[in-house]
Design a protein around this ligand. Structure first.
Ligand SMILES: [Zn+2]
Length: 430
């Protein structure tokens, strides 16, 4: 039986409130019906005191006037409150899940990306907390929702690899070997490069590690070659062999959208293999424009929503979701799969590999439910010179997942499970 919710059509936030309940419906796997008559509902959302949940009208007023900064909305902790000081769980979910804090945010990053230091997660030290899930669970404490409040889904693992460089090994690993006085290793790297078998052309090695642990992954390819993008020709025979082998073995390929001004459609056409998904090179996108561009590409999955500077939840939510298009008051036609973990974050922060493993496993243990962990390990981190220790880290994380019951998932499975436009396509006029 579906849950009957009445949302007062006079609420200026009618569509946004409805979107949040559609998210909850997906999260708890319940059917929801929006009814036109308050007296015939399980609970109701209205502007008055009889509302089952408070909704701040000032919040929507502010965002419609372009005030997105979290300091406007999170006065005392990460929670929006209504005019009477009552907690507004619904608007807080809406604000966090759609990353509204990033809209029009100033940035001194070279690419203009949103920066961790400017986030509420940094200020309130809660980047590792699945805040949206906690709020959904609180909404489900409502007496009419009690039997579904304990519904949880087991967390899954989505393994991914951005392929930025194939030919960098002789420079990076070679230099590293020389610095560490390892002439044998230096020669081996140089020789492999010379015979056209560079050390970072290692997708077979990566797949073998994954296969041994029952995992499949996705490789994201750059289609544009220049100093800031690929150092390989995607159409070269050696790369095409890898792409074909990935597909043949049941792994997946995806687009790693370049920094170059070529369009998504041009790069997808160039990719030439079936794909659902994208991740932006350097996680280079801005909101809300980035979501509109992905939607325009026709792809059904993007997995770029992560902080480069810290592992954790960039939109305080653990699961893939369909983002809301605020300008057009509708849902976007794709799923965003937030990316929580990337090798380079740890490398840049010079965190010892043994410490990374401990930090991550502690965090995964706290999030055994209600997350899909999108994990990005670049191919070059599997070579044992400059990035020594990372291949072992990867292996040990995979065996931890296998032993602890975290199941693998793929692009295709995520689209099947979370791309549910029919849940959002309801009559717009109540
Ligand atoms: Zn990249």
């Amino acid at each position: 039986m579906s849950l009957r919710i009445f949302i007062d059509p006079s609420l200026s936030s009618f569509r946004e409130v409805r979107y949040v309940f559609q998210i909850i419906s997906g999260n708890k796997n319940i059917d929801i019906a929006f009814v036109h008559d308050g007296s015939n509902s399980d609970f109701k959302i209205t502007p008055g005191p009889e509302s089952d949940f408070a909704v701040s009208s000032a919040f929507y007023e502010k965002i419609r006037h372009g005030k997105f900064n979290f300091e406007e909305h999170f006065i005392n902790g990460c929670l929006i409150r209504d005019e009477n000081g009552k907690e507004d769980l619904i608007s807080t979910i809406f604000y966090c899940i759609n990353s509204l804090q990033e809209y029009q945010s100033a940035s001194d990053d070279g690419l203009g990306r949103f920066q961790y230091k400017n986030s509420y997660q940094y200020k309130y030290k809660n980047v590792l907390v699945n805040i949206v899930q906690e709020l959904i669970d609180r909404i489900c404490e409502h007496p009419r929702l009690k039997d579904i409040s304990k519904r949880n889904r087991k967390s899954k693992i989505f393994l991914t690899h951005d392929i930025d460089s194939i030919h960098g090994s002789w420079k990076e690993d070679g230099f590293h070997a020389l610095k560490k006085l390892q002439p044998g290793k230096f020669l081996s790297v140089m020789l492999n490069a010379a015979i056209g078998r560079p050390d970072w052309l290692n997708m077979d090695k990566v797949m073998k590690i994954e296969d041994e642990n029952g995992f499949r992954s996705t490789f994201y390819w750059l289609l544009y070659k220049d100093k800031r993008n690929a150092d390989y020709h995607f159409k070269s025979r050696s790369i095409q062999n890898q792409v074909a082998m990935i597909q043949k073995n049941g792994w997946e390929n995806g687009l790693h959208k370049s920094l170059h001004s070529t369009s998504f459609r041009e790069e997808i056409a160039e990719l030439g293999v079936d794909t659902n998904g994208n991740r932006f090179h350097y996680l280079n996108f801005k909101l809300p424009e980035g979501y509109s561009v992905i939607e325009g590409s026709g792809l059904k999955l993007d997995t770029s929503l992560g902080f480069t500077e810290h592992w954790g939840f960039r939109n305080s939510y653990g699961l893939p979701f369909m983002p809301y298009c605020l300008a057009e008051a509708r849902v976007h036609d794709f799923i965003e799969v937030p990316m929580q973990v990337m090798d380079r974050t740890f490398f840049t922060k010079r965190i010892p590999v043994s410490e990374i493993k401990k930090e991550l496993i502690d965090w995964f243990e706290k999030n055994r439910y209600n997350a899909v962990f999108s994990i990005n390990f670049h191919n070059n981190f599997f070579s044992e010179l400059k990035y020594a220790g990372y291949a072992e880290l990867y292996k040990s994380l995979l065996s931890y997942f296998r032993e602890s019951g975290f199941e693998p998932t793929t692009q295709k499975e995520l689209v099947n499970e979370f791309y549910r436009p029919e849940k959002f396509k309801l009559a717009d006029n109540p």
